[in-house]
Structure formats: structure tokens, C-alpha cells
Design a protein around this ligand. Structure first.
Ligand code: SF4
Length: 437
């Protein structure tokens, strides 16, 4: 029985795809092992957004060859689609597969016999038209379920459309089937994942379904306690979706909405499809309908043309907005994007300073949001991990909770009152009314 190990870089989508590919190997009789366990085959799933993707890829291959010198090494993922030739020249790589090929790798690399020359199987990205189902199953608590892939937008900084292709989706029928079988494994929470999930519903190039209908259909799935929407573009987060989540049984009050900049000048330069007024309107509607809803924001600092004044516009906008935390990205140039050709480049040191300022703001926002939730009662989903006698979980509105370890609570939902913010930033809980855990 051949042993196979996996390494994943990047986003939740990549993790769900690695997880699915690993199950395909297991179905074919391969044994999945850890990276260190001298596997016969390594599959490395790469990312194009990760900083220094090339260096990281080289390093992982080098480590793999140290552990298992005769192993077969295959590289897949976004970076493999963007730079197949370059990757095939890394010493130790046996095969590089593109977006259209990665789910067929067992069939394409028949038997994993080492070739004399590295094989490059990466078609043009226009060929990646098929939707491949994927979901992660790494722990019992939470699963990332891929519902959509690719993107038809063309934001100036982004390589994802080049690496993953056009927008395409699974059908609602298939997703419901997938969610039901995930529920049967005992998983309590499903996070809907995709590149641009608000654009859900395109099959074979035609729009046939809508994200709002998917939300409504999933809300009826008995076996899953919670659904979380991973991230949705503000212009696609309609009133219908917000209002439905507000009265939903299973969709939790948590949205992650990419803003990228709080300056309309920069939003236009980025080619985003909304202005800050629309974003503020979305946040206001969410908070009106769900006052305790958690709202996370993606923001990029140091985009070309972001003057001090425009950065301060972003800072002020976020400071005044009723949001709960930020994911801050420091802009870095990516080959073959429009932004990489733009003038008025922001010096690296300035980008880092701005990133630091927004990370500080994020901490302030998160703390304020947590303080607003204290003494309120929520349902906590506890996870398996235990650290120094404490266990952790999230409320439906994404407050990170810690409590004294109790094996009975692992992967269980429990109604608790938020008590106080601990030194590590988590929130301790008590039984509703009195007992402190
Ligand atoms: S919406 Fe923009 S940032 Fe998001 S994947 Fe599409 S092109 Fe990239």
C-alpha cells in the first residue's frame, strides 16, 4: 500500500480541495500519512496569494526530499496554474498539474512512477470549466464546503481569476446532498466556501440558480446545526440575504465582507464594484436586523495611489463603522495584474506602518464588540483542542470562548452566558444566570 502525504498553502478553499483529493487517494487504496512519515508520494497544494509562494514551494519540496528522497512529488493549486514551467524546474518536482487537471491527478499520474523529466499537465485556465465538489473533514466540529469556484470580476490586484478561472458553481441539489452526508458524520457546523460565493449559481457559463435560494434551501437541512457564510462581496450581499439570515434557523449572525479600501478613489482604481456608501449601507442594514451580528472586514493597505490622505479616509471610515474585526493585507505586487503596472507605488515601509495601524484598530474593534456581548447568552460550539486544561469554541456570532475542559462538551453546542474577557483575548463563560465554569 503506497503512502501519500499532503501539504496545503493558502485559503479554506485549498484546504477543502486537499481534503477531498486525499479522500480520493484513500478510496483507491493509498494510505494517508503525515508529512514526516516517509511517504511514497507528496502532493503539495499551492497558493498564488501567499507571500513568497515560490520560496515556500521550493522549501517544502526540499524538506520532502530530505524526509523521503525517493518520493514522487506533485505540485497542484493556484501557483501551479500560474507558473507551471517555473515550478517544474524546482529540483525534486516530478509533476505539476493545473486547475483543470488537479482533481484527476490519480488517473493522470498513473501509478506515480517517477518520470525521467518532470511532467507538466497544466492547460490554459479557460479549460477549467468544470466544478469539482470539495469539502474538508479535518475535525468533527466544522467543515468547509465548497459551493462555488472561480471569479468573473477583474479586481486590479487579484490573480485568482487567472489561477482558478471563470465563476462556476455546484447545483443546489448536489450541495444539499453533500450537506446531508456531512451531517451524518457528526459535524455540527458547515462554512460555505468559494472564491466569490455571492456570484453562486453559474453552471456551464449560464446563471441558473441564486445564492439566496441556496441559503434558503440549506436552512432546511436537519442534520447540520449551523451554517456560516465565509465571505461575500458587499455588492452581492442583498437585502434578501441579510433579511433571510436574520430570521434563519441555522445561518448564524456573522458576515465577512471584503471592503479593501474605505476611499472611493482607491476602490475605483482597484476596479471594485461598489463605493463606500454601499458598504456602510450594508453594515447598517445588518446591524438593524441583527444588533449582535459579527461583521469581519478584509482591507488592503498600500495599494498604488494610496496617499496618506486616502489611507486616513480608510482609517476614519472603518473607525466609525459598526464592525467587529479586520483582516488586514499589505499590498504586494503580483505578476500579470493591472495593479502591478500602476504608478504612485507606496514604499514598503509605509505599507507596513499602515498595516500596523489597522491591525491596532482591529484589536480595538474586536474588544469593543466582545464587550458589547458580555452578560448576553449565546450557544457555544466547543472544539476538540485542549490547551492547559482549557477548551475553546465559538458562539454563533463568532465570539471566541474558552472554558475549563470537559470531555462531554467536545463537539457539542451549549447555551452559556458570556462572562468576561480573559488575558488571552478569549471570553470566559458561565451557566446562564449564575455558575461560572
Ligand atoms: S472579487 Fe476581485 S478580489 Fe475577489 S476573487 Fe474576484 S477578482 Fe479577486
Amino acid at each position: 500500500m503506497k503512502k501519500v502525504a499532503f501539504y496545503t498553502l493558502g485559503c479554506k478553499l485549498n484546504y477543502s480541495e486537499t481534503s477531498t483529493i486525499s479522500r480520493m487517494f484513500e478510496e483507491k487504496g493509498y494510505r494517508k500519512v503525515d508529512f514526516i512519515d516517509t511517504p511514497d508520494i507528496y502532493i503539495i497544494n499551492t497558493c498564488s496569494v501567499t507571500e513568497n509562494a515560490d520560496k515556500k514551494c521550493k522549501k517544502i519540496v526540499k524538506e520532502a526530499k530530505k524526509i523521503s528522497p525517493d518520493s514522487y512529488v506533485a505540485i497542484i493549486g493556484c501557483y501551479a496554474q500560474l507558473k507551471p514551467q517555473e515550478i517544474s524546474e524546482i529540483a525534486g518536482v516530478d509533476a505539476v498539474l493545473g486547475a483543470a487537471e488537479k482533481f484527476r491527478l490519480i488517473e493522470l499520474l498513473d501509478g506515480f512512477v517517477k518520470p525521467a523529466q518532470p511532467q507538466v499537465l497544466a492547460s490554459e485556465i479557460q479549460e477549467a470549466k468544470r466544478f469539482n465538489h470539495a469539502y474538508s473533514l479535518h475535525d468533527r466540529t466544522r467543515t468547509f464546503l465548497k459551493v462555488q469556484d472561480g471569479c468573473n470580476y477583474g479586481c486590479a490586484f487579484c490573480t485568482i481569476p487567472l489561477a482558478r478561472g471563470k465563476s462556476r458553481s455546484d447545483s443546489i441539489e448536489e450541495i444539499l446532498r453533500g450537506a446531508q452526508s456531512i451531517g451524518e458524520t457528526g459535524v455540527k457546523e458547515v462554512v460555505l466556501t468559494g472564491v466569490n460565493i455571492g456570484d453562486f449559481g453559474i453552471q456551464d457559463g449560464k446563471r441558473v440558480e441564486r445564492f439566496a435560494d441556496l441559503v434558503e434551501a440549506l436552512d432546511q437541512v436537519e442534520g447540520i446545526e449551523r451554517f456560516r457564510i465565509s465571505s461575500i462581496e458587499p455588492n452581492l450581499l442583498t437585502n434578501e440575504i441579510i433579511d433571510y439570515v436574520a430570521r434563519s434557523k441555522r445561518f448564524v449572525p456573522h458576515f465577512h465582507i471584503p471592503l479593501q479600501s474605505g476611499s472611493n478613489t482607491i476602490l475605483r482604481r482597484m476596479g471594485r464594484r461598489y463605493l463606500r456608501e454601499l458598504y456602510a449601507d450594508r453594515v447598517a442594514r445588518i446591524k438593524r436586523q441583527m444588533p449582535d451580528c459579527c461583521i469581519g472586514v478584509d482591507v488592503i493597505v498600500g495599494f498604488p495611489g494610496e496617499t496618506e490622505e486616502l489611507f486616513l479616509e480608510t482609517y476614519q471610515f472603518l473607525n466609525e463603522l459598526d464592525i467587529s474585526y479586520l483582516h488586514v493585507f499589505t499590498y504586494s505586487e503580483r505578476a500579470n495584474t493591472r495593479a502591478a503596472e500602476m504608478e504612485e507605488v507606496v514604499p514598503l515601509a509605509v505599507r507596513h506602518e499602515r498595516s500596523k495601524a489597522l491591525r491596532g484598530l482591529s484589536e480595538k474593534k474586536r474588544r469593543y464588540f466582545y464587550e458589547q456581548q458580555l452578560n448576553k447568552t449565546f450557544t457555544v460550539l466547543f472544539e476538540e483542542e485542549v490547551q492547559e486544561g482549557r477548551m475553546f469554541g465559538f458562539t454563533e456570532n463568532y465570539v471566541r470562548v474558552s472554558a475549563k475542559y470537559d470531555p462531554v462538551l467536545v463537539n457539542e453546542l451549549k447555551v452559556l452566558t458570556l462572562d468576561s474577557i480573559e488575558a488571552d483575548g478569549t471570553v470566559s463563560v458561565r451557566e446562564p444566570e449564575h455558575i461560572i465554569l
